[in-house]
Design a protein around this ligand. Sequence first.
Ligand SMILES: [Zn+2]
Ligand SMILES: [Zn+2]
Length: 238
Amino acid sequence: MRVGAHGMRPDGRAVRPNKLHIHGEPMIFETLVVGNLGSNCFILGCEETKEGVIVDPGAEADRILAVAARLGVTVRYVVNTHGHFDHVGGNSRVLDVTGAELLIHGGDVHFLARAAEVAVAYGLTADNSPPPARLLEDGMSITFGRHEIKVLHTPGHTPGGCCLYLAGEGMVITGDTLFAESVGRTDFPGSSHQALMEGIRTKLLTLPDATIAYPGHGPATTIGHERLHNPYITGVED
Ligand SMILES: [Zn+2]
Ligand SMILES: [Zn+2]
């Protein structure tokens, strides 16, 4: 969640639906902004096999499912970048309808059964999530059709926060770890700003500058832009 996150605008308009084939095979890729906190949900699919992944169905599960169906994507996996309710609140419905497997890092499993309770504390609603079928681990790969996601464990915002790197497409989904010119909140129990910045430095800033970063809220950016202009990285307010 990013209520009051540093400098982030809540408008987070959807990235235009597009088909990514920058480097590799053509891929279905669509962003939906869902729920009251404007969480970015991503639908990824292989153009050839139509196998796909939904990342962070935080709310509005039926709208997400309708878009996935329109795109012809067979959802194999639901992947959560982290366990906050605004990223997992639609898991239950999406999993029920698609029969997909849920993947989340072990450090954040404890959030899943408390999503509804925590959402209420924010005056919002979310469904509790069932437990994962498998756990994300740093360095593991998730394949769908001709595409591969590499999992980067980047704790700090939450203990089990992960970024999802698609080297073939030159893109990384950064959850609430890295935003356009901002970084994730670390004022929650179990958060660590030091760990967050360490993960950003060692796992995100080591990616090519042209890599497009898709945060959990707000607009997309690039690793190169963040290297130069993110005040949490440069130490300079510009
Ligand atoms: Zn969060
Ligand atoms: Zn969030």
